[in-house]
Design a binder for this molecule. Structure first.
Ligand SMILES: [Zn+2]
Length: 299
């Protein structure tokens, strides 16, 4: 017997409704069903900022619709970093001004094949079809270091946020005390390093005084739940710093015990945090151990 249309439709409406979080002041977050990836909209009729729009075509349509509703005079697309799940949305805003790190263009070009194949694979896994293609692009506004700007009513601060990806920037909104963190500070992933832990730690260390002084009361990670309230934000940062401490001291102990890298990866392979995808995080953990190990080999 075919399912009756009523419950199916009810399910659909519920899932779309719960994908959105309205943080007030024009800030809306939409979470994808793919990897719980967060896209952020800063909505104002003068200027809308669209951050990491993705991942499925239907979700991009939904984001586009939310932006179109306010008829913004200008749209800026900010892409936190060049990983495939964060860079797919450009065809939905072909005229938007693009802001990203100055290493972004080269990384996107290198990742072209993977971006396209992952977009197609993940769309298909959720019963959709990726037909937008993917052409590498460069930001109109490449930046690095620390940059202040005022885009319409939005006062924003971009900062280098290395340790996960060499082209990552985070975005701080001092007036609403909100941080868009990129792929860091997730409650469902362990820190995912692409460099020795020092780079990741430097990014977190720069956030500690901001969080301590109450400049971050809402933290939107690239994946997972939004941390709300100064205390929750401080805890989120503290947890990842503790993870880095444990990683480095675990690797140092293994070396003192005379273990090989493979033995250290085996010994330190257990991911004890409540992560969403244990298999994926176990492979991230092995790579994190290798990066910490190699940093110690060099010293
Ligand atoms: Zn990433």
């Amino acid at each position: 017997m075919p399912p009756s249309p009523t419950p199916a439709r009810a399910t659909l409406v519920t899932s779309i409704a719960s994908a959105w979080t309205d943080l007030g002041g024009g800030i809306r977050v939409r979470q994808s069903v793919a990897y719980a990836m967060n896209s952020v909209l800063l909505l104002h009729p003068e200027h809308a900022i669209v951050v990491d729009p993705g991942v499925l075509p239907s979700e991009l349509d939904d984001l586009k619709h939310a932006v179109d509703e306010i008829h913004p005079a200008q749209v800026t697309l900010f892409l936190t970093h060049a990983h495939w799940d964060h860079v797919l949305g450009r065809p939905w805003w072909p005229k938007a001004r693009i802001v990203a790190h100055d290493r972004f263009g080269a990384e996107v070009r290198r990742g072209r094949e993977r971006t396209l194949s992952e977009a197609a694979r993940v769309a298909a896994a959720h019963g959709e079809e990726w037909s937008a293609g993917f052409e590498p692009f460069v930001p109109h506004e490449p930046m690095s270091g620390m940059r202040f700007a005022k885009l319409g009513p939005w006062r924003v601060v971009w900062r280098d946020a290395f340790g996960h990806c060499d082209s990552q920037l985070n975005l701080h909104l001092p007036e609403s005390r909100t941080l868009i963190a990129g792929d860091m500070l997730s409650d469902i992933e362990i820190p995912w390093l692409n460099r020795p832990p020092a780079a990741y730690r430097a990014t977190l260390d720069a956030l500690v005084p901001l969080a301590a002084n109450g400049a971050i009361e809402t933290l939107i990670p690239g994946h997972g739940a939004i941390a709300r309230g100064a205390e929750a934000v401080r805890k989120r940062i503290g947890r990842d710093l503790e993870y880095l401490d444990a990683l480095e001291s675990g690797v140092a102990d293994a070396r003192r015990e005379g273990l090989s890298l493979e033995q250290a990866q085996e010994k330190l392979g257990v991911v004890s945090l409540p992560v969403s995808d244990l298999g994926l995080m176990a492979s991230v953990q092995r790579e994190n151990v290798r990066l910490a190990w190699e940093a110690m080999t060099k010293n």
